[in-house]
Design a protein around this ligand. Structure first.
Ligand code: TYD
Ligand code: MG
Length: 450
């Protein structure tokens, strides 16, 4: 018999017995999802004892034990490894490398003597084996079940009690009690909820692999994010070699950590020295500036490239790759209004080399300098070394301090970048920063050209 279900709104929690296109509670459209009805509580309400509040200082906290995967970039974004009994959601678009990284992670754990389990709902055991053969001997040690029935997976977890289990993917599992198709919001929520319970009860670290929809959201808007302890997002273009693994949420570590990987013939290789790699690859041509970015607790040097070209279009193109479109629009407006560099009739392209994403206002100044360098056709930097920059651009043309300036500067120095333009007492405006970067006459010519 199918379990009793209700339809609950993912936005406001309103419950209804049947599906409705529009939620009567909050008026949102298409937010009702089918869920298992809560069990009726038996018996009359008994008087319960009162709980005794304890000062936080007296709460006994055992240090968190972690399963270290041995893939340093992965362990770092996890906050030091997988926490037993926790649920991790690993999201990313198809082909980005989710199955690859989880398979090699489990392989390393198995080699280190941990019991692991790989549940594949997406690929057959043979397909997973073919991948594992490319990844090497460790990955081939991983036990697999190819299964899409949630009840079977639950029973297998109870029987095997692994330390770490990967579910690839959460959208392919199907809970028998619900009528929705596998991957529907109600199903995904039910699957994750039940796996979370087993994870907690048995101390299994469960990694849920999840696909990302076209607009970049993890399937089932926000339905899983509050349920899991940690959300990792795998980003990058599948055509590019660099991939970044980013922490979106972490109950056991800091967020906004980033790990850099490279897809090679035999799996994902960690790029431990990402700054050095990106600086070496920086083009040093006009339009190129190295950004001293902060990715969580780690400084990272990345190359920002800009191209500016006279446009035949009435509404010229504004293309941003790896930086926020709105920040680019802001930087262009401030350049025009406060720094004498109007690019209104030009197509403008800005991209972060290697397919890395930088999502911080501290990237503004590097974007502005790359644009100015491209517009003027002047390479920045000194001799062989590219120019580095960081800082936020304010609406009135002022430069604002970006957090962790000392660590950004230290990273630039470590990789031999001796010219860094950043907000300071001397360089307080975007105009001053342009003069500093392009040299006095470069800045004047910009002003004259405007
Ligand atoms: P995959 O991990 O299957 O991606 P996802 O599970 O996120 O959909 O693989 C990603 C891509 O990487 C796939 O197109 C093949 C490629 N690849 C390599 O280039 N080298 C390798 O060693 C492996 C295993 C995959
Ligand atoms: Mg996959």
């Amino acid at each position: 018999m199918a379990a009793r279900t209700v339809h609950a709104c993912t936005e406001c929690g309103h419950e209804s017995t049947g599906w409705l296109g529009r939620c009567p509670g909050c008026g949102e459209w298409n937010t009702l999802v089918e869920e298992r009805a809560p069990e009726a509580r038996p018996g009359p309400r008994r008087s319960t004892r009162a709980a005794r509040p304890v000062p936080l200082a007296d709460v006994a906290a055992a240090p968190i034990e972690r399963f270290v995967t041995g893939i340093a970039e992965l362990d770092r974004v996890l906050g030091g490894g997988l926490v037993p009994g926790s649920l991790v959601l690993l999201g990313g678009s198809p082909g980005i490398g989710k199955s690859t990284i989880t398979a090699s992670g489990l392989g390393r754990l198995a080699a280190a003597g941990r019991s692991v389990l790989y549940v594949s709902g997406e690929e057959s055991a043979v397909q997973v084996k073919l991948r594992a053969e490319r990844l090497g001997a460790d990955a081939l040690r991983v036990p697999i079940v190819a299964e899409t029935e949630l009840e079977v997976v639950e029973a297998t977890l109870e029987a095997e009690r692994p330390d770490v289990c990967v579910i690839d993917s959460v959208q392919t599992l199907h809970a028998g009690g619900l009528s929705g198709a596998a991957g529907s919001v109600g199903q995904v929520r039910e699957v994750a909820g039940r796996l979370a319970r087993i994870a907690k009860e048995r101390g299994v670290a469960v990694v849920l692999v999840g696909h990302v929809t076209k607009d970049g959201a993890l399937a089932g808007p926000r339905v899983l994010e509050h349920l899991v302890d940690c959300v990792l997002q795998f980003e990058g273009d599948r055509e590019r070699t660099y991939r970044t693994l980013r922490t979106v949420k972490n109950r056991f570590g800091s967020t906004n950590e980033v790990g850099v990987f490279e897809m090679a013939e035999d799996g994902l290789i960690e790029v431990v020295d990402a700054s050095g790699r990106f600086v070496d690859e920086a083009s040093r041509a006009p339009g190129s500036v190295v950004l001293c970015a902060m990715e969580g607790s780690r400084p990272l040097l990345v190359e920002v490239q800009a191209l500016v070209a006279e446009s035949p279009l009435e509404a010229p193109r504004r293309v941003a790759n790896g930086v926020d479109r709105n920040r680019l629009a802001l930087v262009l407006a401030v350049l025009a209004r406060h720094a004498g560099l109007g690019l209104g009739s030009c197509d403008v392209f800005v991209s972060v080399a290697g397919g890395v994403r930088v999502d911080e206002p501290g990237a503004d100044l590097a974007v502005a300098l790359a644009l100015a360098s491209a517009a003027r056709g002047v390479a920045l930097g000194s001799g062989e070394r590219p120019l580095a920059a960081f800082g936020e651009v304010g609406l009135t043309g002022e430069l604002r301090h970006a957090p962790h300036a000392d660590r950004r500067l230290a990273e630039a120095e470590k990789f031999g970048l001796d010219r860094v333009v950043a907000p300071s007492d001397r360089v307080g405006t975007l105009r001053a920063a342009l003069a500093e970067a392009l040299g006095a006459d470069g800045g004047d010519q910009l002003a004259a050209a405007a």
